[in-house]
Design a binder for this molecule. Structure first.
Ligand code: F6P
Length: 559
């Protein structure tokens, strides 16, 4: 049991400020020299030739994830310097502070405790005088009862029919996690309940979702940490209106709406029955919330036992991150490699390429996780960062990517480090299709790393004028992550791996990875503009471009 002193006192904003600027730390300076004098000339082909064990030794394993980072532009010296930098930035202390519940979300004065959501029952963590693991387990228990009743058909809609459709209404972290997990774990899901995800405020999204739904058998779960997000609340009201008009009775709402939020007051005002309300806490960031009650749709889909397995997978990676030495710590390695390419090679993006149809939404999920967390240029000290921070994370199911954007990965002008993710065993064995799938993953990382020389292209009888077009320079870095099988447990471990890689990057860049002030301005302006689009008599005081666009909109496409 971990006991913490009550910490109601607002911590000063600079509590985690690093005194010595990042670029003046001795490890940073050493990395700059190392890059200038050696690393920018590294050739993967030569690095592999110099050490025939490289592919076996530059690996690490934790929580069931095997990471091969040997196809990166690094040597053991590079890795030692990167880990030295991590130590000089106090990574281990920051990890401990996060797990302990210190208020490391400086700008909001909050703890960051998504890891507490995955702690096993019976564990305990006292924060501000309260055992938050007990609170988590209490909500989990209520979710389990609710999920069980919906899955078993015991929960009946207003007209006495069981639920066959669940619509998750939410956006950002209240949508991407549940949607990604639903796709990823579809194999484990109860097929007679269909999941739908409604996030966009575009009326078409709502209409297309409810078009074929039987209201009598539909459950809406309104997910919003704040319960003030305009898109979600607007959709929730529209869904409620639709339901009541279909069933002709206001009282139907309590059988067809559940709510997940930290803002119980607002959810009550909306009309969610307190019995169908599941809470969480301000120490869970939206993009870190898929293991909170935000996962209610996931639990209904895969069942409480599988959901517990998902939590156990997250927890296994949490424990690995918390306890493994940095040199063998998967999230630390992944995070420091991102720092290496972003800050020393000037890489502006990072591709995530799962070789699994089930993981096709993982890149979209990771975009919020990574870029909403680390897409910042003001440090914890309140100064402008003198270095780059979050790269653009992007990607798709690897096989589909091969037939669209891989051309650029292989022969484009930009360095794009890639993360390949694959599984040893398929969930669906169809002939040799899994072998074919994984052969592609292995072949792509090999081709990126080692390319194809002009001599070989010529040997194949290529006409001389085509030779340069058919040469692959290679030397393009990648990580390969191999997991035995896609299960709730391994999905949890993979997602936690990225969560903590993001944390590692944020510590090095000395930024608060847990706020998101950058999304506020657009929201404020949209509110004002919405009034002007609805009421055409409202005066326009924007810039000339925005004014002209609004006038054109008001005129229905004509000036
Ligand atoms: O606008 C960004 C954001 O605040 C995300 O951080 C969050 O995940 C999303 O909106 C949804 O917020 P909420 O769960 O409060 O509706």
């Amino acid at each position: 049991m971990t006991t913490l002193p009550a910490s109601d006192i607002q911590l000063p904003l600079f509590i985690y400020a690093q005194r010595e600027p990042l670029t003046e730390k001795s490890a940073w300076v050493a990395l700059e020299e190392h890059h200038r004098d050696r690393a920018r000339h590294f050739q993967l082909e030569r690095l592999f030739a110099a050490n025939d064990k490289r592919g076996e030794t530059m690996t690490a394993e934790g929580a069931g994830v095997y990471l091969d980072y040997s196809k990166n532009l690094v040597t053991s010296e590079t890795m030692a310097l990167l880990m030295q930098l991590a130590r000089q930035c106090g990574l281990q202390d920051r990890i401990d502070a996060m797990f302990r519940g210190d208020k490391i979300n400086n700008t909001e004065g909050r703890s960051v405790l998504h890891t507490a959501l995955r702690r096993p029952a019976g564990d305990s963590l006292m924060v501000d005088g309260e055992d938050i693991v007990a609170q988590v387990q209490d909500v989990l228990g209520r979710m389990e009862q609710f999920a069980h009743r919906v899955r078993s058909g015991e929960w009946l809609g207003h007209t006495g029919r069981p639920i066959r459709h669940v619509v998750n209404i939410g956006i950002g972290g209240s949508d991407l996690g549940p949607m990604m997990a639903h796709e990823a774990l579809r194999f484990y899901s109860k097929r007679d309940i269909t999941m739908h995800f409604l996030s966009d405020v575009d009326g078409a999204a709502l209409q297309e979702t409810v078009r074929a739904l039987p209201a009598e058998q539909t459950l809406f779960i309104v997910c919003s940490k704040t319960f003030t997000t305009l898109e979600t609340i607007t959709n929730a009201h529209a869904a409620r209106q639709w339901l009541v008009s279909q069933l002709g009775d206001e009282r139907a709402v309590s059988r067809h709406f559940a709510g997940v939020t930290t803002n119980i007051e607002e959810a009550t005002r909306f009309g969610i029955d307190p019995d169908n309300m599941f809470g969480f806490w301000d120490w869970v960031g939206g993009r870190y919330s898929m293991t909170s009650a935000i996962g209610l749709s996931t639990m209904i889909a895969i069942g409480p036992d599988n959901f517990r397995e998902l939590l156990a997978g997250f927890h296994a990676m949490d424990e690995h991150f918390r306890t493994a030495p940095l040199e063998r710590n998967l999230p630390a390695i992944l995070g420091m490699l991102t720092v290496w390419y972003t800050n020393f090679f000037g890489a502006a993006s990072q591709a995530v390429l799962p070789y699994s149809q089930y993981l096709k939404r993982l890149p979209a999920y990771l975009q919020q996780l990574t870029m909403e967390s680390n897409g910042k240029h003001i440090t914890v000290n309140g100064e402008t960062a003198a270095y780059q921070t979050s790269p653009v994370y992007w990607g798709d199911n690897g096989i589909n990517g091969q037939h669209s954007f891989y051309q650029m990965l292989h022969q484009g002008t930009q360095l794009v480090p890639c993360d390949f993710i694959g599984f040893c065993q398929p969930l669906e064995q169809v002939g040799d299709q899994h072998e074919l799938l994984m052969a592609n993953m292995f072949a792509q990382s090999e081709a990126l790393a080692f390319g194809k020389k002009a001599a070989q292209v010529r040997e194949e009888g290529t006409p001389e004028e085509l030779v340069p077009h058919r040469v692959f320079d290679g030397n393009r870095p990648s990580n390969s992550m191999l997991v035995e099988k896609l299960t709730p447990h391994s999905l949890g471990a993979l997602v936690a791996l990225y969560e903590h890689s993001v944390f590692t990057q944020g510590v090095i860049w000395n930024i608060d990875s847990f706020d998101q002030w950058g999304v506020e301005l657009g929201k404020q302006l949209a509110k004002r503009t919405a009034r002007q689009l609805i009421d055409h008599s409202q005066p326009l005081h924007h810039d000339s471009s925005t004014n002209a666009l609004i006038r054109r909109f008001r005129g229905g496409g004509e000036q």
